[in-house]
Design a protein around this ligand. Structure first.
Ligand code: ZN
Length: 200
């Protein structure tokens, strides 16, 4: 499913208006370097804006009777919550136990229940893929992946279910050893939330 729908440009304007699109030298949670970072906290700190934008994103799954929206902590929690609100579904999040994501706090999925996976930003799609696998293992039936931002370079984010996002960004990303900003000696900022040892 294409993520570059006609609504993409006004959405990007809204992200820029709230300073969610930042420029500099960043190490993304995937480990890749980039000159552009999307700070989703600038959107999610405004429940009125986040609720409105995510209700828009949820439209794609409105007819699917989604039972639960599942996001990885920390970035996916609020995204899952607002999508779930719009879809009348449960909001569930997964947390790291060592290297793997796990359902804690008594969160469980009903067997065969339609589940939407939520993320803040998809770059390599690593966390969302982990959630998809865990949902299937837990008996759920993934019906899609939804994210605020798609900065993947693979069509459809590389997922085997429909993928939609509010904003599609394709700034160049570099392996650390090939990063031209590193070569210029610019200090690198790591704005993500995932501890270095746990990045995937
Ligand atoms: Zn760099």
């Amino acid at each position: 499913m294409a993520s570059a729908d006609p609504g993409a440009t006004p959405m990007l304007d809204e992200f820029r208006r709230l300073d969610a699109v930042q420029h500099g030298h960043f190490r993304l949670s995937s480990g890749l370097h980039s000159d552009t970072y999307v700070q989703c906290a600038r959107i999610l700190e405004r429940p009125d804006v986040a609720g409105r934008l995510l209700a828009e994103l949820a439209r794609a799954w409105r007819d699917g009777a989604v039972d639960a929206v599942v996001g990885p902590a920390v970035g996916g929690i609020l995204v899952a919550y607002e999508l779930a609100r719009a879809l009348g579904a449960r909001a569930v999040y997964m947390e790291r136990e060592g290297q793997r994501l796990a359902f804690r706090r008594g969160f469980a999925l009903r067997s065969g229940a339609p589940v939407l996976v939520a993320e803040d930003v998809v770059t390599t799609g690593g966390s969302a893929q982990e959630v998809l696998a865990a949902v299937r293992e837990a008996g759920g039936r993934p019906v899609g992946v939804a994210s605020l931002v798609d900065r993947s370079s693979t069509p459809g984010g590389g997922f085997d279910v429909p993928f939609r996002s509010l904003v599609k960004l394709s700034p160049p990303v570099y392996a650390a050893e090939e990063c031209p900003l590193c070569r210029q000696g610019l200090p690198v900022v790591k704005p993500g939330t995932r501890p270095e040892a746990q990045r995937a």
